[in-house]
Design a protein around this ligand. Structure first.
Ligand SMILES: [Zn+2]
Length: 698
């Protein structure tokens, strides 16, 4: 097959046809606000962006009031002039639909559109993201403004694609509990359960006299005199995810009809678990995530955690791996990349010299096909007036200006073959929204949190540098040597069958406490735990123990040799029915009982980690198990260095990313060429603080 016969994805064709970037290059742009900038500066801005090497901007996602100053009266003249100027300078345009911030005339006329939070309070206008995803008037008006934009700009030169809305659900309230959502939820339940008898049985509504005799009686899980039915609460999370996805798809359907040559996406914060990202991006052209590493630094300090460049780096990588995985390994885009101090009331710090470049390469190393920096010029007004961009308040160049210009130049020179190469993962980490939601409803321990567990496990296994896909619970496991599934609390029969077949076929499955406790309808299984996986794990859970003041500890068998580990929040007490014991509890009434087991099934292994291990022990255990599964790091590197490997045919590139401020030595076993400098690299190489090398086998 010749290169010209390969059908490029829609985003690549859109970019190439607009002439802003040759086919095969990646998008390197900036988020721009002509609506907030005097028109006299647009020409200068566009010229400077062009000099920076940018291929595109994203604009207009918060400009509803300017585009529709009163209901049904549309004014796109200013936007058209901005697009023309940008296009003249060869800058492509991604248009944002503005539904995240309705204008005051709309709020005043239709106060029913306001979201109701978990305390039953109605949000007020004045900020952004205060609207209900179900409300039919809000949906109709959101679709109307997006449709008018599509009519106006569907054929406009320079427009290459669309971003629907902005950071869905990311506001002061992550869920809406209004009357419209209640009615929407009831309709969704009619489709899901068909009959009331089925719904009542599935939720167990006989408890506390909650048997429903009409779908219209079903409440939303607002404050009551006791906790809601767990089945109802889990379904409400699913409904809210669905409502946001279907809201997005209304605009998508219209855009597909009216702008068939444009790509369409929406941007999100990857590690926010309010919407099932696989559902959200299923029909969109690619996933687009926003990346603000400085916030993790700020959050760790707030939580009293010691500074950790490794912790921040792996949290970012987890987001990137999720972004790539939600579309089955397809390239993703960073729609907003931190370029300066960022935040509204308090600010993440200015990135150190080299960090913005490093974060850009980190995204590309994990499979990004585009990076847009946030934002071009820094606003002098509004809630985000301290959210620093590439130009300062006085339009002088920010500390990252030259660094970004250099990075764009380097990436353009890197070439299509590297940028389009594949990220191949040997390991998978299951990310299950049902488990995250069900554990928020009933964590069992106040400090037990699904996202924390997933992040800890990702941090531990990423140290092997062999690639991690972040997969849905019922995904195909066959491409992987080892699959990790922490807190697999809700287990479907389909998922259990896939795990069994994966282990029988020679894979290693590693999981931990709270395994298989719940059915998909959030009832507890009627068999001994771990329910559907009892045979494959080769254990029965004799008891499950939340831990507060009476701390426990574990002693490891030789296979996992190391100092005794702490057991922090939880202990599943394991009774082997065929599995080998790899660690035992040492304290209290369960001293001597099994804490970690490994079962052999067919040619594979199933490992149950019953104890909530301290970080160092968890890292050692997961690394040891990875080694048993045949995982070998491509290079031995010190902490703070991240590696990713990209492949195309028999060619291979190793991205070496130094997340620390100091130079680090890495031993390389053969001769490579550093594509960024063209230099030959061999033996022991020094990677500068926040430095990057892209090594190609010589
Ligand atoms: Zn609502």
């Amino acid at each position: 097959m010749s290169a010209s016969s390969i059908r490029l994805p829609l985003w690549a064709r859109a970019v190439a046809s607009a002439g802003t970037s040759p086919a095969g290059q990646i998008l390197l742009g900036v988020d721009y606000y002509p609506d907030q900038t005097p028109e006299a500066l647009w020409e200068e801005d566009s010229r400077m962006m062009s000099e920076m090497g940018f291929t595109n901007v994203r604009i207009a996602e918060f400009a509803w009031a300017l585009m529709e100053p009163s209901e049904g009266k549309f004014e796109f003249g200013w936007l058209h002039r901005a697009i023309q100027i940008l296009h003249k300078h060869n800058i492509g345009v991604i248009l944002g639909t503005p539904s995240a911030a309705p204008p005051p005339w709309l709020s005043a006329k239709y106060p029913d559109i306001f979201e109701v939070n978990a305390q039953g309070q109605r949000l007020r206008p004045g900020g952004r993201r205060f609207t209900c995803p179900t409300n039919p008037v809000y949906r109709k008006l959101s679709l109307a403004i997006a449709t008018q934009m599509a009519k106006k700009f569907g054929e406009t030169e320079g427009v290459i694609g669309w971003q629907i809305d902005n950071e869905l659900t990311l506001g002061t309230s992550l869920r809406c509990y209004c009357n419209f959502c209640q009615a929407g939820f009831q309709n969704w339940l009619r489709t899901r359960y068909t009959t009331l008898d089925n719904l009542n049985q599935s939720w167990g509504t006989v408890f506390w006299s909650q048997t429903y005799t009409d779908f219209s009686q079903v409440p939303v899980p607002l404050l009551s005199g006791g906790d809601p039915n767990p089945g109802l609460a889990l379904d409400y999370d699913r409904y809210q995810s669905y409502a946001n996805v279907s809201f997005t798809e209304e605009q998508l359907t219209m855009l597909r009809q009216m702008c068939p040559t444009h790509f369409v996406t929406t941007n999100n914060v990857g590690l926010l678990d309010t919407i099932d990202m696989c559902d959200l991006y299923a029909k969109l052209d690619f996933a687009a995530f926003d990346n603000y590493p400085g916030f993790f630094d700020m959050l760790m300090a707030q939580e009293g955690k010691p500074p950790s460049s490794d912790g921040i780096a792996t949290t970012i990588s987890l987001g990137h791996d999720l972004a790539r995985s939600v579309k089955g390994g397809e390239p993703f885009m960073i729609m907003e990349e931190q370029s300066g101090k960022a935040g509204q009331r308090t600010f993440a710090p200015q990135p150190e010299a080299g960090q913005v470049r490093l974060w850009t390469y980190q995204a590309v190393a994990h499979g990004a096909m585009g990076v847009n920096y946030f934002r071009w010029d820094t606003a002098t007004f509004g809630a985000e007036e301290y959210w620093h961009g590439i130009l300062n308040h006085d339009r002088s160049k920010s500390p990252a200006y030259e660094e970004i210009r250099q990075t764009v130049k380097e990436l353009k020179a890197l070439g299509q073959e590297v940028l389009y190469s594949q990220y191949a993962a040997q390991m998978a980490l299951v990310f299950d929204y049902d488990c995250s939601w069900a554990l928020k409803i009933q964590p069992g321990h106040y400090a037990l949190d699904y996202m924390n567990q997933v992040t800890s496990w990702y941090g531990a296994i990423s140290a092997s540098h062999t690639g991690i896909d972040v997969i849905a619970p019922e995904a195909d496991l066959s491409p992987y040597k080892i699959v990790f599934a922490p807190l697999a609390y809700v287990m479907s029969e389909k998922q259990a069958a896939k795990i069994k077949s994966f282990v029988q076929g020679g894979g290693m499955f590693v999981t931990n406490f709270r395994l298989g406790v719940k059915t998909e309808t959030s009832q507890i299984v009627r068999t001994p735990l771990p329910g559907l996986l009892r045979d494959v794990m080769g254990v029965t859970v004799a008891d499950y123990v939340p831990i507060y003041s009476a701390k426990n500890a574990v002693k490891f068998a030789p296979a996992l040799a190391g100092p005794d580990g702490e057991c922090g929040l939880w202990a599943d007490i394991l009774q082997p029915t065929g599995a080998e014991v790899l660690a035992s509890y040492t304290k209290g009434s369960h001293a001597g009982e099994a804490a970690i087991t490994m079962n052999t099934v067919g040619s594979g292994k199933a490992v149950y980690i019953g104890a909530d291990l301290d970080g160092a022990s968890l890292a050692r255990v997961l690394r040891t198990l990875s080694g048993l599964a045949g995982i070998k790091p491509p290079l031995e590197v010190p902490p703070g260095i991240e590696l990713t490997v990209r492949r195309a045919g028999d060619k291979q590139w190793t991205f070496v990313l130094n997340h620390t401020a100091v130079s680090q030595s890495v031993s390389i076993p053969k001769t490579f060429t550093d594509l960024l400098t063209g230099k030959t690299r061999t033996g022991k190489i020094d990677v500068s603080g926040y430095g990057v090398e892209v090594l190609q086998s010589a």
